[in-house]
Design a protein around this ligand. Structure first.
Ligand SMILES: [Zn+2]
Length: 390
């Protein structure tokens, strides 16, 4: 009977079109991922506050008004200028509503936004500040565009898999982080750096696919999986950095990150730069005369420090000092200090806050034949890698 109905109405042909229509009407909460398992759709803010955005595809595409479901067929290979107009969003010579979705109708061709390719769909929202572009895509597709920015695809596969699991766990912990702006995650350092298809690499894609669905868990719950570039020999307990206590983020000895170019670093910083940076964060200091390190944490990082300046002195946590002066200037708080005639000289080890996974250490462990699970259980003692039903 069903066969007859299928034949009569040619449903074999109509079915894919039917599902496409469903897709246009409502982006489902799940799609089938590249690895064949259902996965969450996430929304990544890729541009904001723009007057205009260029969208193009070399295959057929459509733009849909999300509120009325009116749609306009667009031409393959044409560069469409999308602008914020008083009455809504202008695409070419048509005006649509304040929220539109661009959909590629070709399996082979992706959408480009200002010349950069992105997987799945692109939503454009008009806000007071201008246009926001949001890439809506499956979690693994997103991780494809994250991994090569976080760690070099030339690194051993097990270290890339460890990064795939911590990055996936980060996403699951941060869905809806930018809900008020209409997306889950930003594409900059305030979430994870995401650069779309242009940075994808077959080896890092493989690391994502081979760990599909796997996240870090503790006692059956999603764990917090922090990471950073290199620890300099000892990882930090999380309370050394942010003051809160998480059982599986105790410090461990890490002899594996010595190849990191920042395993040891030196920085010459002028008193005037320190004054300027601290005042920008509201500390209100005069001319900086001296800096004293008062105490260290269990892993040897600066806990409390004192800034002696022309109008008095202030004390602050080492982590706060690092963030105020700049995390790429004061690369870690595992450091000592000296004074030359005009400048402060900082000598340190490692790059990053030090809590959780040391990326260079993960590389070092993978080179010694450890699996991604061994690596993660080393940096997060007591946790387990598990397939997560999301
Ligand atoms: Zn390390």
């Amino acid at each position: 009977m069903i066969k007859v109905i299928f034949k009569k109405y040619n449903l074999v042909k109509i079915f894919p079109a039917f599902f496409l229509l469903i897709w246009l009407v409502k982006v489902p909460a799940r799609v089938y991922s590249l690895s064949g398992t259902p996965e969450t759709i996430i929304k990544v803010g890729i541009l904001s506050g723009k007057k205009r955005v260029h969208i193009k595809s070399y295959g057929k595409l459509e733009v849909v008004n999300i509120n009325t479901l009116d749609f306009v067929r667009l031409k393959a290979g044409t560069d469409y200028m999308v602008e914020a107009a008083a009455e809504g969003i202008k695409v070419g010579d048509k005006i649509l509503g304040n929220e539109v979705r661009f959909v590629s109708l070709s399996r082979k061709e992706m959408l480009t936004v200002n010349g950069q390719r992105f997987r799945d769909t692109i939503m454009i929202k008009k806000t007071k500040e201008g246009l926001t572009a949001i890439n809506e895509l499956g979690l693994d597709g997103y991780l494809f565009g994250v991994l090569p920015v976080e760690v070099s695809p030339a690194w051993p596969i097990e270290s890339l898999k460890a990064q795939a699991v911590v990055s996936r766990t980060y996403v699951m912990n941060n869905l809806g982080k930018y809900k008020s702006k209409g997306y889950d995650l930003s594409s900059d350092i305030f979430s994870q750096m995401y650069k779309g298809v242009e940075v994808e690499n077959p080896k890092s894609n493989r690391a994502v696919s081979e760990t599909a669905g796997r996240v870090l868990t503790y006692n059956g719950n999603l764990a917090r999986a922090y990471f950073y570039s290199s620890c300099g020999g000892y990882t930090a307990e999380i309370k050394e950095v942010w003051g809160n206590d998480i059982l599986y983020m105790r410090g461990v000895t890490c002899p594996y990150c010595k190849d990191s170019p920042r395993y040891r670093w030196e920085k010459k910083i002028s008193p005037s730069l320190i004054k300027e940076k601290l005042n920008k964060k509201g500390y209100n200091v005069g001319e900086v005369e001296d800096i004293k390190f008062l105490s260290r944490t269990a892993s040897g990082r600066i806990k409390e420090m004192e800034i002696i300046h022309s109008a008095g002195k202030i004390s602050l946590r080492g982590h706060k000092f690092r963030m105020a002066v700049g995390p790429n200037i004061v690369m870690s708080t595992m450091m000592s200090i000296d004074r030359s005639k005009e400048n402060f000289l900082f000598y340190g080890r490692g790059w990053g806050h030090g809590a959780g996974m040391c990326q260079w250490g993960a590389k070092g462990q993978a080179e010694r034949g450890r699996s991604y699970k061994d690596i993660l259980e080393f940096y997060f003692p007591g946790t387990k890698v598990k397939k997560w039903a999301y």
